[in-house]
Each structure stands twice: as structure tokens, then as C-alpha cells.
Design a protein around this ligand. Structure first.
Ligand SMILES: NC(=O)c1ccc[n+]([C@@H]2O[C@H](COP(=O)([O-])OP(=O)(O)OC[C@H]3O[C@@H](n4cnc5c(N)ncnc54)[C@H](O)[C@@H]3O)[C@@H](O)[C@H]2O)c1
Ligand SMILES: O=c1ccn([C@@H]2O[C@H](COP(=O)(O)OP(=O)(O)O[C@H]3OC[C@](O)(CO)[C@H]3O)[C@@H](O)[C@H]2O)c(=O)[nH]1
Length: 387
């Protein structure tokens, strides 16, 4: 018999029912996988799609059959939502439009998805005394204070000007015509609403700020399992270029910096939040890997090397090309310059630390991308275009 699960304070963890909204997406699929394979908890998985969790739903001989139930619904207009939140102990809201190419081109959909559509979820949790784990984003920090200093200022090297702290750093966005910030602003307002529900009405909440979680099943490959004109996040954009043997496109020179964390490390942090409510309630957590910082140009170079290793194909002679943000994303795009998460709070509350290096996480992710898509891309390229 499996040994009993204990929380960080040595208490027995009782099985719970989780209402997971957006369970069919990238993070949701990994979280469902973890909950099914390593815990006794039940999941009510809500989403408009289930392709990324099909392997967990069928066949019904799977060891966790009966512990995961898929509900195909759109939270914008479905009266079943409140009932599902009511029968669960905990709600996790992952549903969102969260691809930067949409923020400046579909700002209304972006704001509705990240603020308006999340409102009833917060309200139902608050009214029914249900715990909520809400997924926000590292984008709420916007730009760093350091980015406003002169280029040659020594202060730019001082962590006080760039490390992002949940309880201290300001949220610095661009002007209103820079519609890129529609997403960050909507996420910030829903964070403030959740925080206020906690303060005024006693809502038990945890807010998660993911810092570029990446891994298998992230987004889509344009023309294969997504729209041919679609623009996913950078991991899928660069994977698509590598799979097609095209140069990787560097937006505005690829000078922006990001820290990338492996999805499997990050999911460990979410499980700690789920199973340690006394330590997670009322907290806002950065979840990222401060040791995995690169410029986007360095990411492109690293992915080119790793892809060559896993595919056995020689890299292109000119592996990258520069493209302007206006050409790539359209009018109203802007960027976060640098994103280093401060880890003090998550360390203190949950004792969590990321483990996987950028090289290792790219190796396992690109092995997956090559195995999953290389054949389909070859066929798509070979197919004559209909006249
Ligand atoms: N992946 C990251 O690194 C990252 C970084 C920052 C923030 N986040 C946040 O984490 C959450 C999950 O991100 P992800 O990377 O898994 O994205 P994703 O797009 O893969 O997943 C979101 C899921 O929500 C579903 N959804 C959207 N609107 C819905 C609606 N109205 N009704 C029902 N389902 C709906 C989508 O179908 C999708 O399956 C989002 O809130 C995102 O803003 C993620
Ligand atoms: O082909 C490409 C695609 C992108 N870039 C540049 O890469 C940087 C990162 O882009 P991306 O991963 O798409 O998105 P962001 O990190 O800017 O934003 C995300 O962060 C978290 C989240 O909230 C959800 O995942 C989302 O908003 C960026 O500088 C692009 O310009 C490129 O050069 N080439």
C-alpha cells in the first residue's frame, strides 16, 4: 500500500476535488498529469478543448479512471460553472488568452478573457467559501526600473533595479496606445480584485506569477496543430522554424532577456501550493528559475545547437534573421526588458527551488518537438499547394 501523503508540516493530506478551469492547456495538461499519477485528488477538468489531456481521459482502464472528468465548456457563458465550483474544494483558474501576438491585435478579447471572464470565478469562490488558486503572470511587473536609467549607468548592474519582488516591485507599463500591455493590465486588475476579496470578504486565495514556463505541449505548431498564420510564444515559434529548416526570427535584435523554467519543476511548486493551504493562502508567488537567464538571441543560438543534436541535422549557415516588432507583431507591440524573479517568498513558504538547467530542459523539450512534429512537417512541405 502507498504511504500516506504528508504536507510540509507533517499533517496527513486528505484527498480533495479540484475544479480546474483551462485544464486542457499547456500548464493544465501537466498539472492534470501530475495529480493523476502522484496524488489521490479528483479533477473536474473544464476547457473548450481536450486534445492535450486526451491521454489522461481514455481508455477507462487507466489507473486513475474515475478521478478525472472532462467538462467541455466556455466560462464566458455556461451556467454549469457555479455548480462545478460548488462541488469542488479548490478552484484553479488557468483560462486565458496568453499569447503576446494577441495582446496588441485583439486587445478587447485579451481584456475580456483575462479580467471580465475571470470575475464570476472569483465571485463564486468568494460567495461559496471556496479556495482559489489564480494564474496571473510575471508580465504584471512590466518593465524594470533599471530600463529607464541611462544605458551606461552603473546602477543597471544593481539587483535593486531589476530583480522582481512580489511585495515591493512596482508595475510599470507603457502608454495606452502600446496595446501590448492590455494583458498585463487586465491580469493586474484581477489580482487586485482577488486580493481585495481576501481582505474584505475572507476569500482564501493564492496568486501564481509564472515566469516563462516552457516544455512539451506548449502552444501549437502553425499549420500542423494550429492556424498557419498563428503566432505562438517563442518556444513554439523557434521550434517551428527549426522543424522547417528556416532561420529563427529575432524581434528587434533579440535583446530582451527572459528566465525560463522547466514546466515539470514549476508543476512541483503548484502541487506544494495545492497541498499546503496554510502556507499558500493569502500569498502571491513568483514561480521561475533565476539561474536560467538568457537574451532571446542566446536562446535562439542554444535551441539551434540543441536541435541539431537531437535531430542529427546540421544547423543552417545563417541560423537567425532580424525582424522588427512592427513587422512581426504589428502596431502597439512593446516588450518587457528583463525578468528575474525574486525567490524569497516561495522559498520561505514552500521551500521550493527549480532544478533543471536551460540546456537540459531544451534537450528534453526539443526531443519531444522533433518526435511529435518532424514527420508531419515533412509531409506538409512535400504536399503540392492546391492551385
Ligand atoms: N506558460 C507560461 O509560462 C505562463 C506565463 C505567465 C502566465 N501564464 C498564465 O497561466 C495560465 C495558463 O497558461 P498556459 O500557458 O497553460 O496557456 P494555454 O493557452 O495553453 O492554456 C489556457 C487554457 O485555457 C482555456 N480557455 C481559455 N479561455 C477559456 C474559456 N473562456 N473557457 C474555457 N476554457 C478557456 C484554453 O482553451 C486553454 O486550453 C494563463 O492564465 C496564463 O496567463 C502562463
Ligand atoms: O519568433 C519569435 C517570438 C518571440 N520573440 C521574442 O521573444 C521574447 C519572448 O516571447 P514570448 O515567449 O512569446 O512571450 P513573452 O515572454 O514576451 O510573454 C509571455 O510571458 C509570460 C506570458 O504571460 C504567458 O506566457 C506571456 O505574456 C519576446 O521578447 C519576443 O519579442 C522573438 O524574438 N521571436
Amino acid at each position: 500500500m502507498a504511504s500516506p501523503r504528508l504536507d510540509l508540516d507533517g499533517n496527513l493530506i486528505n484527498p480533495i476535488t479540484i475544479c480546474m478551469i483551462g485544464a486542457g492547456g499547456f500548464i493544465g495538461s501537466h498539472l492534470c498529469e501530475k495529480l493523476m499519477s502522484e496524488t489521490p485528488h479528483k479533477v473536474l477538468a473544464l476547457d473548450v478543448y481536450n486534445d492535450k489531456i486526451k491521454h489522461l481521459l481514455e481508455p477507462d482502464t487507466l489507473p486513475w479512471a474515475g478521478r478525472i472528468q472532462f467538462h467541455r465548456l466556455n466560462i464566458k457563458h455556461d451556467s454549469r460553472l457555479e455548480g462545478l465550483i460548488k462541488i469542488a474544494d479548490l478552484t484553479i483558474n488557468l483560462a486565458a488568452i496568453c499569447t503576446p501576438a494577441d495582446y496588441n491585435t485583439r486587445p478587447l478579447d485579451t481584456i475580456y478573457s483575462n479580467f471580465i471572464d475571470a470575475l464570476p470565478v472569483v465571485k463564486y469562490c468568494s460567495e461559496n467559501n471556496k479556495r482559489l488558486i489564480h494564474f496571473s503572470t510575471c508580465e504584471v511587473y512590466g518593465k524594470t526600473i533599471g530600463s529607464f536609467l541611462p544605458k551606461d549607468s552603473a546602477l543597471r548592474q544593481d539587483p535593486a533595479y531589476y530583480v522582481l519582488k512580489e511585495d515591493e516591485s512596482p508595475c510599470i507599463f507603457g502608454s495606452i496606445e502600446k496595446q501590448r500591455w492590455s494583458y498585463a493590465c487586465a491580469k493586474q486588475l484581477i489580482e487586485r480584485l482577488i486580493y481585495a476579496e481576501g481582505a474584505e470578504n475572507g476569500l482564501e486565495f493564492t496568486i501564481v506569477r509564472p515566469f516563462n514556463w516552457i516544455g512539451p505541449r506548449m502552444d501549437f505548431i502553425p499549420g500542423i496543430d494550429g492556424p498557419s498564420e498563428g503566432v505562438p510564444r517563442v518556444l513554439a515559434c523557434f521550434s517551428n522554424n527549426l522543424l522547417r529548416g528556416e532561420p529563427l526570427k529575432l524581434v528587434d535584435g533579440g535583446q530582451s532577456q527572459r528566465t525560463f523554467v522547466y514546466i515539470k519543476d514549476a508543476i512541483e511548486a503548484v502541487l506544494l501550493m495545492i497541498e499546503n493551504p496554510a502556507r499558500a493562502n493569502g500569498q502571491i508567488f513568483n514561480v521561475g528559475n533565476p539561474n536560467n537567464e538568457v537574451t532571446v538571441r542566446q536562446l535562439a543560438e542554444m535551441m539551434t545547437q540543441v536541435y541539431s543534436k537531437v535531430s542529427g541535422e546540421a544547423p543552417l549557415e545563417k541560423p537567425t534573421i532580424d525582424v522588427s516588432s512592427k513587422e512581426f507583431y504589428g502596431e502597439g507591440y512593446d516588450d518587457s526588458d528583463k525578468r528575474i524573479p525574486d525567490m524569497t517568498i516561495i522559498n520561505r513558504q514552500l521551500g521550493w527551488n527549480p532544478k533543471t538547467s536551460l540546456w537540459d530542459l531544451l534537450e528534453s523539450t526539443l526531443t519531444y518537438q522533433h518526435r511529435t512534429y518532424a514527420e508531419a512537417i515533412k509531409k506538409a512541405i512535400a504536399k503540392p499547394v492546391a492551385s
